[in-house]
Design a protein around this ligand. Sequence first.
Ligand SMILES: [Zn+2]
Ligand SMILES: [Zn+2]
Length: 266
Amino acid sequence: MFIADYHTHSSFSSDSKTPLEENIKKAVELGLSEIAVTDHIDFDYPDPDYPFLFDYTPYRNEIERLKEKYKGKITIRTGVEIGVQPHVLNEIEEFLKNDFDFVIASSHVVNKCDLCTNDLFEGKTKFMAYLAYFADVLNNVKTCDFFNVYGHIDFINRYGNYEDKKMIYSDYKFITDEILKTLIEKGKGIEINTSGFRYGLGHTHPQFELVKRYKELGGEIITVGSDAHLPKDICADFDKAYDMLREAGFEYLTLFCGKRAKFVKI
Ligand SMILES: [Zn+2]
Ligand SMILES: [Zn+2]
């Protein structure tokens, strides 16, 4: 039995048409004790077709309506996935004056390049492009405090036109170690994002070696999320994620209420 899906998107996100209630229904059907709604906010997203912004009040109202409707069946947490770019930190801070239970910080845009396009990768070797991504993540984790977990921390290997997108963990250890150590020092977590399986990569984000290393360095805060944009993907591949976590030495998952962590046995 799965516990909670802590990364889900609905039609409040520019890239999903799923009514929020459909995700909740699916989560109830799966017998989850909790679901975190984490729609996208990405200030200054480069693609005008995907503004990745929503108004807090209707979002909160819909979550409150569903909390009431599904009371006793599931706990619904108000979350958000915030796209971090160094020049939008003031906007983020302002937006997060609203009440949230849980905040994921993610890098979807690096050096103003949308990772879905070839802009960041153009003229760069795979190593240089992946390094540019991790340097951006490192800068964000050093400068930001507003989040609970960093999202899909190694998902750069999903993008770019390289024939072999595999990320060899040891090639980047010098920088990923610094990222993980900074997160741990700040009491921040990582999420295990199962969408890597749906992208055909055969692993979670982050991949096993990084999760294991986070544990070795003293990290304790782990959420598990599907990154579902469709109800059918709620909790997708969670069996593999839970097995991987146990193998990495984790016995507990983290849930958040009012941004305070609560640990539950896997
Ligand atoms: Zn994301
Ligand atoms: Zn997401």
